[in-house]
Design a protein around this ligand. Sequence first.
Ligand SMILES: Nc1ncnc2c1ncn2[C@@H]1O[C@H](COP(=O)(O)OP(=O)(O)O)[C@@H](O)[C@H]1O
Ligand SMILES: [Mg+2]
Length: 233
Amino acid sequence: MANPVAEVRNLTKKFGERTILNRLDLTVERGEFVALLGRSGSGKSTLLRVLAGLDDDVTGQATVAGTVSVAFQQPRLLPWRKVWRNVVLGLRQDGVSKSRNRALAEKALAEVQLAEHADDWPLTLSGGEAQRVSLARALVREPGLLLLDEPFGALDALTRIAMHGLVVDLWRRHRPGVLLVTHDVDEALRLAGRVLVLDGGRIVAEHRPRETDHDDLRRRVLADLGVTEDAVA
Ligand SMILES: Nc1ncnc2c1ncn2[C@@H]1O[C@H](COP(=O)(O)OP(=O)(O)O)[C@@H](O)[C@H]1O
Ligand SMILES: [Mg+2]
């Protein structure tokens, strides 16, 4: 536990009488790629919102070192702003010149292979391109912690595979800690160094994909999620 970028201790989140996160503990180390699996409604997005500082109505601790960026399932671009403006939207704007912003946006867009789309309108982009803009917007902040909430969920299968490669590539280059929420077990096993399962408000299982055979691990993770082999065969 040398150098965490996110430390969650004893985190409880309730909506009314319902306890969604129940004394949850979680650590993400600097530069680590962690996938978070869990059934629909298990509280994955709630946890990410807390880590992103979007919800502080909690008890317990959630500490993040450095900047945190989030990318959601939907790219959430402002349609009335050009692509490059969307990229720098989350940056502090005080005293930053337009040309400096433009340069930062161009660099980030080049990293997601969209350099030539800087002056496009968001609505002219494909789903995959819009999601890459959303990634550029997350990266331009140079986050220590990158939160990805089902970022590939709305994409077609081929675009999804291309995005996997891109995200791993960006992670290798910038080395943020990544917490990737997905409902796709294979995606989690392929991308992450550590796979966590959220259930009943807590992390109930932890696996390190590289140490085990993926087929075997896939069965175990599905079991953690309450899915039996018969159901997926
Ligand atoms: N703002 C809210 N008010 C009330 N209940 C909420 C709110 N946001 C989420 N919930 C509930 O909390 C539970 C966890 O939601 P969420 O974190 O979005 O799950 P997941 O991302 O794992 O599918 C769900 O039952 C959801 O209905
Ligand atoms: Mg969610």
